[in-house]
Design a protein around this ligand. Structure first.
Ligand code: ADP
Ligand code: MG
Length: 624
């Protein structure tokens, strides 16, 4: 197995794959000319349909990480809209539309419904989303069954016959090749990269300025429309729809299985897997009769357990495993806390150079309060950071520092108080918009996109507000690449640029987060324990880099630290929190000598010990 992996992963692998793909396409192109029977052409057309549905499923399930158990609903919707528009009903009512507009309308209705339903269900994550979509599927089938006047109820609808199989064959072949080419291109644009960022860490992506809701719902809607299109084509060829054939869960299952078999989250995986699955079944169907579903079930289990990255994984080009994408849902579901509400206005433009604006405050929070149930984690805190200023924020573990950061970057909604950034009220602004105004942050629990390389992580952390819709559909430009290279060199990461971020040491990941924070030319960086888990030499390097960034670019910083000496060295002013409230504020030396601070921070016993030393508090909360 390993030897095969290495062979395929090498430079020759790509040539082999391309040659096989070209040969297969050539064969498919001439198949009808070689006198293939209508039933062979129908079999092939149904295979194209299965491939298309799997490719669409993979857009949300594989790239974006939203595993959809109800995807076949869009197939049914497309099929039914087409059937309703074209059907010849017994009583003579019916619209008798010609096929093309009917099929296109089916795709549009599926796309619009997917946008509306995705808007609601994509607030959920992991298994919750999967089950919500399964529910949507079942509900839609029952609606169709019940709404007899329009849909023919359980009896179904008959369409005018149409028997030009070769035409359908070529049409679907062209559509499926076009779809795969489109997905291949999309994955290489910033849009495609952003989808992967959503899968890897949705909250991190928001806080780096990606309009996650808009992108994931747009993708879901496109996948729905595309599957709806193939549903309409299928209805026309089948000349008959009823709830059970148009809405069958097997179609979703096949898409999931085909994608997993081929390779989740890759472009070629769903194509390869669906084709293999389709032929396996044709063979198994013929030879195993009633046992073919058992065989298919066993195959699925074997793939998930022993080939988690599918056939593409064998070729060294695998994406993530299902368990990672799906299981992560729970740990990521703190997204339920995400405060941003529905509407996302049009992109706003920002001045290209974030010049510090005189004596104006960069960020000004007044009486910020955040409660978790009965616990007041942040209690009426006033906090200001001036333009170009470096301010330290210290306090014992659990005193509310991270929560205050979450409020300032707006992933948590504040219960009371007001936050202004650059004079603008951001108290209710969505997190990605706050990022786009010029707020970057790093995280106590490091948030890098682990499956992506260091370079990809950097290139994904651009100023998203500035690229516009067209920029979204382009590849990373030269200037951004050069900037990423410069910053990687500045942060001593240049030797690691092609390594997946998940393989870096804790300290290197901290540096990468700082690099990502700098990529968007922020005006303010919120650093949450940028030195915890980092070895002492690297701490000195980080200190040095932060000082340079502040001096050269006038970036303001708010530093949360356990390492008191680090804060004292870097900050002009220090704010001390204790149990959510501000305990003291002043110059580092003033604060370190404050009796209340010493007691709160080091405990009453230590109050007599030398103040202002480079001591770390004893709570030892240097977790990653
Ligand atoms: P710090 O960063 O200063 O160590 P935190 O802001 O992480 O402190 O936590 C402040 C308090 O709020 C702690 O008591 C913590 O247990 C609590 N807390 C933080 N996040 C949540 C949450 N999502 N739900 C409930 N309580 C929370
Ligand atoms: Mg914290």
């Amino acid at each position: 197995m390993k030897a095969l992996e290495q062979r395929l992963a090498g430079g020759g692998g790509r040539t082999v794959v391309l040659t096989v793909a070209a040969a297969a396409l050539g064969w498919l192109a001439v198949l009808p000319l070689l006198g293939a029977s209508d039933s062979t052409l129908l079999t092939m057309t149904l295979m194209f349909t299965a491939v298309a549905v799997a490719v669409n499923w993979n857009l949300t399930g594989g790239f974006t990480g939203y595993v959809d158990f109800g995807h076949a609903v869009w197939f049914g919707v497309g099929a039914y809209v087409t059937a309703i528009m074209m059907s010849l009903q017994a009583d003579g009512v019916g619209t008798h539309w010609p096929p093309i507009p009917a099929i296109v309308l089916g795709a549009v209705v599926a796309g619009v419904l997917a946008a509306l339903i995705g808007r609601a269900t994509m607030r959920l994550k992991g298994p919750y989303f999967s089950v919500a979509m399964l529910g949507t599927f079942v509900a839609m089938r029952e609606i169709v069954r019940t709404w007899g006047g329009l849909t023919g109820g359980g009896v179904g609808l008959t369409l005018p016959p149409y028997l030009n199989r070769p035409l359908f064959y070529y049409l679907e072949l062209a559509l499926v090749v076009g779809l795969v080419a489109f997905v291949w291109w999309l994955r290489r644009t910033r849009f495609g990269a952003a989808l992967v960022a959503i899968r890897e860490d949705e909250i991190g992506a928001q806080m780096r300025g990606i309009a996650t809701t808009r992108l994931k719902v747009a993708t879901f809607s496109f996948a729905g429309a595309s599957t709806g299109l193939f549903g309409g084509l299928w209805a026309y060829q089948n000349t008959f729809v009823d709830p059970d054939v148009a809405f069958t869960e097997v179609r979703t299952l096949d898409a999931v299985m085909g994608t997993l078999l081929g390779g989740l989250g890759t472009v070629a995986g769903p194509v390869l897997g669906s084709v293999v699955l389709y032929w396996l079944r044709e063979v198994l169907w013929a030879n195993l009769l009633d046992y073919h579903l058992v065989a298919q079930g066993l195959l699925l289990i074997l793939v998930v357990l022993f080939m988690p990255k599918g056939l593409m994984g064998l070729a060294g080009r695998g994406g993530p495993s299902l368990l990672k994408v799906w299981g992560d849902g729970r740990s990521r579901s703190r997204g339920g806390e995400v405060a941003h509400r529905g509407e996302e206005a049009a992109e706003e433009s920002h001045p290209a150079t974030p010049e510090p604006a005189g004596a104006m405050m960069t960020v000004e929070g007044s009486r910020i309060t955040k409660r978790f149930g009965g616990l007041t984690a942040v209690d009426r805190v006033d906090i200001e950071v001036g333009a170009g200023e470096m301010v330290g924020l210290i306090g014992p573990n659990g005193s509310g520092k991270t929560t205050l950061f979450d409020c300032l970057s707006r992933i948590l909604s504040v219960d009371e108080g007001e936050i202004r950034f650059d004079g603008r009220d951001i108290t209710r602004l969505a997190p990605h918009k706050v990022a786009r105004l010029g707020v970057s942050r790093t995280f106590q629990v490091i948030r890098v996109y682990r499956d992506l390389t260091v370079r990809e992580n950097m290139e994904l952390s651009i100023q998203w507000g500035r690229i516009g819709v067209r920029g979204l559909f382009r590849r990373t430009d030269e200037a951004t690449r050069a900037k990423a290279e410069r910053l990687m060199a500045f942060l001593m990461l240049d030797g690691l640029s092609d390594e997946p971020a998940g393989t870096l040491s804790g300290g290197q990941r901290r540096l990468l987060e700082i690099g990502m924070a700098l990529m968007s030319d922020p005006k303010l960086i919120l650093l949450d324990e940028a030195t915890s888990g980092v070895n002492p030499t690297l701490v000195e390097d980080i200190k040095d880099r932060l000082t340079a960034v502040n001096a050269q670019r006038g970036v303001s910083m708010l530093l949360v630290e356990h390492n008191v000496q680090f804060v004292a060295d870097l900050s002009q002013r220090v704010i001390v929190l204790d149990t959510g409230a501000k305990l003291a504020e002043g110059s580092p030396s003033q604060v370190m000598e404050d009796q209340a601070v010493i007691e709160a921070y080091f405990g009453a016993d230590a109050a007599a010990a030398a103040p202002g030393g480079a001591r770390e508090p004893s709570d030892g909360a240097g977790e990653q």
